[in-house]
Each structure stands twice: as C-alpha cells, then as structure tokens.
Design a protein around this ligand. Sequence first.
Ligand code: ZN
Length: 277
Amino acid sequence: MYGLARCLTMHTNSPDAPNIHRRRLFSFFVTCLFIASLAPSFQSSEQPRKPPVKSAYDCAGKIRYSPIEGHWRIEQAIDDALKLLEKCESCRRMFSSDPQYAIDLLKRMRQDKVIIVSEAAPVLFKLSRDGKRLKVYESQTLGEAGAVTQDVADPKLKSPSGPMVYPCIYINPNEFIATDKPPVNSALYGLPPRTQRAVGILHELAHVARVIADDGQETEALRDISVASTNCVRRNCVTCEVFECPGAPKPPATRPKQKPKSNVVKDAGRARLSSPG
Ligand SMILES: [Zn+2]
C-alpha cells in the first residue's frame, strides 16, 4: 500500500447497520479530515521518548512514543485474537492455507515488539540496512484511526503481493483498541468491547499478510474498502463463516520495474496515511 499504511476504519457500517448512519459517518469523516489537516506532520520539537522496549527492527525512528497505559488492553486484544484464530478454521484460512500461519505471524509480531502504541506513523522514511534505525522524514498522526499498519521495508524489498517485509502496527493510544472508548458506527457494531479490539488486531494482521485490500480514509472508496474488510474479518473470525474478502492484492501478470515511490528521498518508503482505523 502506500508502501502504504492501512487502517481499520472505525466509522464503518456493520453488515446490518442501518443506512441512517451514513450521514453521521460523513460528518465524522469531515471532522477527521479537519483534524488531520491541522496536524498532517508530526515533527515534534519535544524530546522524543525512548521506545519502551527494544524491537526486532525499528518501527518508529524518533516519532514520539505514547504513554503505555493502554498496553494491557492491547496484550489482551492479541490474546483474544489468537483465541479467535484457534476457534475458527475460517479465520485461519482467511490468512493462508497453512492453518498455523496467522497464529505464528501474530505471535512473531508480538515477540518482535513491532505492535506499538503511537499517536503517529511514518509516511516517508528509510530503514537502515540492518533494520535497527528508521529515519523518518515525515509522519502523520493517526487521527481517529484505531490503528494503522505500515511496511517500513525499503521499496526494493517489497513484493507487489505477498506479506509485508518489515510490518509495523501502530495502535492509537486514544482510540478503542487501547482505551475503553467504543468505536463509533463501526462494522464492529454490537460486538463486546474485547471482541471489537480483537477484530481490530486481526484487521491489521490481515494487512500484514496482505489478504485484504489496501484501504484508508482519504476517499469514500477507500473507507468503503475498510468497511468491507472489517466485515470480512468479523464474519470469518467471530461467526466463523467462510467469507471471501474482496480485493486482496494480486500479483501482476508481469513484474513491473520497481521504482522508489518517493521523489523526495531516494529509496525511502512513502506511505499514504489513512485513517479512521
Ligand atoms: Zn484497514
């Protein structure tokens, strides 16, 4: 995706949510855009905080880390997501024909400490060869997004399809995965809060595995994709229905030449940050 960040759209419609929510969604979205326009870049002059833990590769550079009060909810959400994967074969199959794939992927990301709490995510960056240092040229606040996912790998290492190379999941400390604040008008409508958080984690994990389409909040079309993906995760992983997710990235018939997407910094990853997620 953007080398893109993907997010879980919060203001989404549930499969059975009435259309009446649409107008509220629109005004909510406009609010999001307004907030985003106020803070498109997260270049803080404050001293950045040290990451709370050492990760296997650097996901944040000097982006300011957030307080960690919500970490226990995130850990619980990961545990609950693993339980959903173990419960539903359809959920495991959504990720891969290998029934252990998604479970191992989520456990590895937790072990690598690349599921982090951050109010911002990088959009223009370059990861050092050893993966230890991410130089962030531009970042963006998560706004109303519950979380976003970004592949911080060099564009040359990225495949047009297939899983992300250096995936990072950024959990918004102010939204439903890290707090008790309910998601608004969401495809998560009607689910218990813990299940909502677990589905939120699985939505982001599906971006890592690239089994759902790239999404975002910049346009209504991108928001609709996010809604459809959340519904897909819900059906496969909560009600255990086999349900095909629309629009997962497909490999091109012929491999295109890879070009750096950034015209600012050679070989830097360029990400579009979307939002409500
Ligand atoms: Zn998404």
